[in-house]
Design a protein. Structure first.
Length: 319
């Protein structure tokens, strides 16, 4: 299994490390990059400093009024300091970050911290502080809090986790997000508190929760077959352009359920990469959908561990 990797783009903009530009690299305009602000507690002494100092330098160096996208990278010892540390500093600068539209919290890759080591907090504080925010991304499920919230402009919400607590899923699905077009949830595994089951997804699958939703990802789950079977008859599918069931334990059972359910020929993309489908069933999926113009991603075929069969299947990202 592999861990998550640094973002290459966010909010429709290329990701640029502020640290690189402050060390003499070329610096784009404030509104031309998704700015990644981070510290390295394991690096040289010049960079072993509080995130608050790095962020203060960022605000003084890059015109904060022009910043459209902000990526919060490593803010210290990931398994000791919660994300409330950088979140509160960003919120305190809300009167300077007047153009901010997109925030990602926890852009750490495996070499910095395993995804389950990232200590999160109540990320909805950002939504309350930035009513113009259109995109929010979060990586890490430990101590993540997402109480039901209301936000008029949020169009994209991504939560990546090796184990996503069901309380977070319920909070998201109980939220009023009338503009939401894209939802991407990495459910993870039960060994790391990923305890969501299909019944918990009922408000989402009904199609009434988020009327503008057209891109749905329910990914990285050890119950991917059960999710696929539920989605096969879920009303929400009719409104989708993109359905993403990747990174999980999907096998022939789940794929067959999709093929036997409602038509999927209206989709633009069906993403099933990192899967456990047999060649025969994978070909059935392609043959059923690709002639209708659906782009089917069946890359990264996996084999179960050892001779354990279905029990040997694994998600792409766990610890």
């Amino acid at each position: 299994m592999y861990g998550a990797q640094h973002l290459h783009e966010f909010g429709g903009l290329p990701a640029v490390d502020f640290q690189h530009t402050s060390d003499g690299g070329s610096r784009p305009a404030a509104d031309a990059a998704a700015w990644r602000v981070f510290v390295d507690p394991y690096g040289d002494e010049d960079r072993d400093r509080p995130w608050a100092e790095e962020f203060a330098d960022f605000l003084d160096t890059v015109d904060p009024a022009g910043v459209r996208a902000l990526i919060i990278g490593q803010w210290g010892e990931a398994y000791e300091e919660k994300s409330s540390v950088p979140i509160n500093l960003v919120i305190a600068a809300a009167d300077r970050l007047t153009s901010l539209e997109a925030v990602f919290v926890g852009d750490l890759e495996a070499e910095e911290a395993e995804i389950t080591w990232i200590e999160q907090s109540d990320v909805t504080a950002l939504l309350a502080a930035f009513p113009a925010l259109t995109e929010l991304g979060v990586r890490g499920g430990t101590d993540l809090v997402f109480p039901p919230t209301k936000h008029e402009r949020l169009r994209s919400l991504t939560i990546q986790a090796g184990g996503l607590p069901v309380e977070v899923v319920r909070g998201v699905l109980d939220s009023e997000l009338p503009a939401l077009e894209r939802l991407d949830l990495w459910l993870g595994v039960s060994a790391y508190e990923g305890n969501t089951d299909v019944a918990d997804l009922a408000p989402l699958l009904s199609g009434t929760r988020f009327p503008r939703l057209n891109h749905l990802g329910v990914r990285n789950s050890e119950i991917q077959n059960e999710i696929a079977a539920a989605i096969a008859s879920a009303p929400v599918v009719a409104q989708l352009r993109v359905l993403d069931l990747s990174n999980g334990t999907l096998g022939d059972e789940g794929a067959a359920a999709l093929l036997e359910g409602q038509p999927l020929t209206h989709l633009e993309v069906l993403d099933l990469h990192h899967h456990f489908l047999s060649d025969a069933v994978a070909e059935r999926v392609r043959s059923a959908l690709e002639p209708h113009g659906v782009r089917v991603d069946l890359s990264e075929k996996c084999e179960p561990w050892g001779d354990r069969g279905a029990e040997g299947r694994y998600t792409a990202v766990s610890e």
